[in-house]
Structure formats: C-alpha cells, structure tokens
Design a protein around this ligand. Structure first.
Ligand code: PTJ
Length: 265
C-alpha cells in the first residue's frame, strides 16, 4: 500500500504529537520498530493526553533520581528496544556517554534484522559499542519466556542498574527479584513495569530522555548530591502522585464539562 506523506504545519494544534507519530512510522518502515510498537505508542499517547503532555514535577523528580542511580552505579545498562531507538536514539547515546552506561539492544519481538537496524541507528548517533546484537547475547534467562530473556554477559546479565525505556510487563519484576535496580520510563502508571520498577518515570520518552541528559550534565558536576537524591526518593509517592494527577484531571473534567478538557484542543 502506498501512503501519501503529509506535511504537518507547526500551527496544527496536535503538531508535536503528529510529528512523533511520523518519526515512529518512518522508523517502522526502516525496520527498527515492531508492528506492535505502533500499537504500544497509541496506548502511551492516551496516557500522555491525561498527563497534559508535559513533564510533571513527580516525573522530573524520578528522572533526577534515575540519573543519580546511574551515575552512582559501576555496572549500568540502557536497554534499547525498537520504539526507544526510533524516538530518541541520539539522546540515549548522549545519556550513555554522560553516565558511563552501556547500550544493549533488548527486544520483545527479536529478529536479527531489527537488532542490526537498531545497532546501526545508535552508531549513526555516535555510539561506539552496542551490546545485545547477534551471538553476543549468549545468556538466556530461563525465567523470562520471551526473547527479552536473551542478554549479554557483559551487559544486562551483570549490571546493577538497568534503564528500561518503554517496556512490556514481565522483565522488570524479574530483574528486581534477582536484585537489580530497574529504572523504567512508562507513561502508564498502572502497568506492571511501572508498578514494579525501582524508579518509575511517568513521562513520554521523548521528554524524559532529554531531561535525563540535562540532569546528567548537572549532577556530574555535583557528585556530593547523589546520595541525598537517592535517599530522599520514594517511588510509591511518585506513582501515587501520577495516579492522583490523572484522577484530579478527570474529576475536573467531569465537574466542569468537556469545554475545559483538555485546554489545548
Ligand atoms: O521493540 P520490541 O520488540 O522490544 O517491542 C517493544 C514493544 C513496545 C512493542 C513491547 O515492549 C510492548 O509490547 O510493550 P507494551 O506491553 O505495549 O508496553 C509499552 C508501555 O510503554 C505501555 O505501558 C505504554 O503506555 C508505554 N508507552 C508507549 N509509548 C510511550 C510509552 N511510555 C513512554 N513514552 C512513550 N512514548
């Protein structure tokens, strides 16, 4: 099927959201994104809509805590799937460089072609090494039924801290059970990933990762801050605030009528 490319004028009220969709579709056509990745994005969009499509204070706090944990850890990995590579490869590479974290391709819908396409994309943005590609993923975590169980010994298998941007359910709980600190980026605060991560960033990956890059620049200049940030962080509070925000937004809409909900439309 041949589809017509559309020009999105910046004056369009949904321009940012539409441009993100276009980016994802292009990456899908290049073989980076799984078909289900397009559906997953739609679920994320629905939550982002309720979160006013902006980084809320609880998300910024989680982003700062996640970066502090990355900076403190000796062995840390940023797990990269198709959607993450499509939406913020450049920023993920920067975050890896600033925090010393390795990048590892880890896919639910694994195929050699997608592994290589994602590796190529990350290298295009300056990654010197990308783990998790081809035969290097020699360890199979038996408790994880999906292809996500295929990991690299030098990477996720031995990391203390793993950042999982945009993820399906099982892996986070398992990684926590075996003692790893898991940092998740997930717009859905009800998801199993969000509920089981050590730090849950309820924010769109397209805002969260650039914010984390900014935090990494700031915090690497004040390492004495890291312990305090980590100690004061409470993930249950973050999840409570995220759900509370959605709840109050819906309540307001119910009380005042749809005219005020959402304000941007
Ligand atoms: O590339 P692969 O093969 O590893 O597959 C990746 C997908 C995303 C298809 C796979 O992990 C999957 O099926 O994920 P789920 O179960 O749909 O979960 C994705 C979660 O990410 C959902 O909770 C969404 O709300 C959330 N999400 C979607 N888009 C974004 C997001 N969170 C942050 N930023 C987004 N842009």
């Amino acid at each position: 099927m041949v589809e017509v490319e559309i020009e999105i004028p910046s004056s369009h009220p949904r321009a940012t959201s539409l441009k993100i969709r276009e980016k994802l579709i292009k990456a899908y056509e290049k073989g980076l994104v799984a078909t289900a990745g397009l559906i997953a994005h739609g679920r994320g969009e629905a939550f982002d809509y309720l979160l006013e499509e902006r980084t809320l204070p609880f998300a910024r706090r989680a982003e700062r805590a996640a970066v502090a944990l990355l900076l403190k850890a000796e062995r840390k990995v940023i797990s990269v799937n198709g959607n993450a590579a499509a939406l913020c490869a450049e920023e993920l590479v920067k975050l890896g460089r600033l925090t010393g974290a390795q990048l590892e391709v880890n896919l639910f819908y694994r195929s050699e072609e997608r592994e290589v396409a994602i590796e190529k994309e990350l290298k295009l943005w300056g990654a010197s090494e990308v783990l998790g590609v081809g035969a290097a993923t020699s360890i199979r975590i038996p408790e994880l039924m999906s292809w996500r169980g295929k990991v690299e010994p030098r990477g996720i298998a031995s990391a203390e801290v793993v950042l999982v941007p945009l993820e399906d359910g099982d892996r986070t709980a398992f990684l926590r059970r075996i003692g790893k600190t898991v940092l998740a980026i997930d717009l859905n605060p009800f998801s199993r990933t969000a509920q089981t991560a050590s730090v849950t960033i309820v924010d769109n990956i397209v805002r969260a990762v650039p914010n984390m890059v900014e935090e990494a620049r700031l915090l690497s200049r004040s390492p004495e801050e890291l312990d305090r940030i980590i100690l004061n962080y409470d993930n249950m509070e973050t999840l409570g605030e995220a759900i509370g925000f959605i709840n109050s937004r819906l309540l307001q809409a119910a009380q005042e009528g749809l005219r005020t909900f959402p304000k941007r439309i």
